[in-house]
Design a protein around this ligand. Sequence first.
Ligand code: GLP
Length: 248
Amino acid sequence: MKLIVVEDENAIGKVVGQIFVNTVQQNPKIVFGLATGSSPEPIYQYLIEDYQKNKTDWSKVTTFNLDEYVGLEPTHLQSYRYFMNEKLFDHLNIDKNHTYVPLGTGDYVAGAKEYDALIAKAGGIDLQLLGVGTNGHVGFNEPLADFNSLTGVVDLVETTIQANARFFASANEVPKQAVSMGIKSILNAKKIILIANGSNKAQAIKQLVEGEINNLWPCTALQMHQDVTVVVDKTAAGLLQSHGININ
Ligand code: GLP
């Protein structure tokens, strides 16, 4: 596992954003796994600015998002499909038919069952971007998640509902379930970059980098993968003994 420590979330945006730009330039037909939440926003902003300046060609890129809330239509302001369109896809020349977000409504159970096959049909995910929950969840794979899980319907735990309540009018409006790529689906990616900023992520980052592999901290499953880069800011790295590579 490679560890990169940078100053703040904007530096994460630059470092990881540039990796994505280079990757698209080298392989225009790349398949990305993408994440939602606040952490990836500076990266998506960087990609939009790069597109405006350099016209990096996204027309042949395919993307698969990690998760979606059950019960939210794609037009709902807090759905992850809406988030991805608004924060990234609408601003690039990507073909939206090649951007996949799990279904959260309609026949979402069948959709979840087919999601891993859809990823495999596209050739698998070349580069998966991941955030991490304060409780160590990746995607919406909560503590005690099965490390062999594929995409499916999962229950959200109370800490996640509380953490995500900031995006809704109240915690009561946060959906109680989601469709999420499983831990195994995530580990199937060829390369993984996990990002985190803020001291509220420090414990999860400590477990990920220095803890035992343990499903109480689902992020520790990434220790089983051969090609993981963790890019964090100083505060998220605050509890680590390891120093990693510092980029300022
Ligand atoms: C959310 C998402 C995760 C995300 C995490 C952290 O609930 N399902 O994919 O990585 O929680 O979110 P944030 O970046 O907003 O802290």
